[in-house]
Design a protein around this ligand. Structure first.
Ligand SMILES: [Zn+2]
Length: 315
């Protein structure tokens, strides 16, 4: 009998195999035989993976753990897109997740069933990552539902890039500061690559530089500029009259600390799928059972049930 639970990570127990995916806390690290990491965002990997009996992750995720957390997993199995790993009672297939550099989806194949785990994923190509693979022939799918509500519909990447570039073009080399605020791991490298490819110099805060330096084409590419890429939530520029703050996020406005600021803009650059793409993925995958996880998981499972899928939120 298969057991799938969320317990500070996705726990799968089946046929004497114990696998924990993306542990956010150490609770079950010592209990399981294998830990699978989809990507290195902090809510998907905790420091204690260092002690895991077998920690499966990409070399980029491993590098992030090293430079960010000073964590060196003792028993790491390095994987990449297209790799197949044989464990005692199952086979693990690694697919590209398209979320950030080094992000993977996994399919775990037991004798009697196949389980797909998307992790955070994005079907759309970006300037720095290829869109995620599609997976099929899956019995059980555990799907990232961060934006699993119809209110989330994001414009195409090219449109969002043009929006960023036209603002940059307008104010570049003026006395107006352009503050691009985003997650330091993922979107910061995407926007850095966008600026670099279009010939703009930029500054970046220390967190962003740490991750940019892991990518050879972005390493050390900073210069004096009025464009600043930052991940800080402090309003260090709020008293600066000549500053335009641009939040790069799919989040709703009400979740952003921006109300008091007039020179504020939001551009819906997200490295997750919007609602329509999530539905497309489910339709393609056609799993017998769906578990939704993260973000709008409740509303997404409700929507899927109404469409006739056997779906529930992973608890
Ligand atoms: Zn993530």
């Amino acid at each position: 009998m298969i057991k799938i639970k969320y317990f500070d990570g996705i726990l799968i127990e089946h046929n004497d195999e114990t696998i924990l995916i993306d542990p956010s806390r150490p609770t079950l690290i010592n209990y399981v035989k294998h830990v699978l990491i989809t990507h290195a965002h902090k809510d998907h990997v905790c420091r204690e993976v260092e002690k895991a009996r077998n920690c499966i992750l990409t070399s980029f995720s491993k590098k992030v753990l090293e430079v960010r957390d000073d964590v060196y997993p003792r028993n790491a199995t390095i994987v990449g897109t297209g790799n197949i790993i044989e464990l005692d009672r199952c086979i693990v297939y690694a697919y590209n997740a398209g979320h950030i550099i080094g992000s993977l989806m996994y399919v775990i194949e037991f004798k009697d069933l196949r389980i797909g785990i998307t992790g955070d994923f994005n079907l759309e190509d970006t300037i720095i990552t290829q869109g995620s693979n599609l997976i099929d022939d899956i019995d059980i799918l555990i799907v990232d539902s961060t934006y699993g509500h119809p209110k989330f519909q994001f414009p195409e990447r090219s449109e969002l890039y043009n929006e960023i570039l036209s603002l940059v073009e307008k104010y570049y080399n003026t006395d107006v500061k352009i503050i691009l605020r985003c997650n330091p791991l993922g979107k910061a490298q995407e926007v850095s690559m966008l600026l670099y490819r279009h010939g703009y110099l930029f500054l970046a805060d220390s967190k962003v530089r740490k991750y940019n330096n892991l990518i050879s084409s972005l390493k050390g590419r900073y210069g004096t500029s009025n464009i600043i890429i930052t991940s800080t939530n402090h309003n260090i520029f709020s008293n600066c009259r000549n500053a335009i703050q641009i939040y790069l996020t799919g989040l709703e406005d009400k979740l952003l600390p921006i109300k008091k600021h007039t020179n504020f803009l939001k551009i819906s650059l997200s490295n997750h799928n919007d609602f329509e793409k999530l539905v497309y993925f489910i339709d393609y995958c056609r799993p017998r059972r769906v578990y939704t996880i993260y973000g709008y998981s409740k509303s997404f499972s409700k929507y899927l049930r109404r469409q006739g899928w056997r779906a529930s939120t992973l608890t």
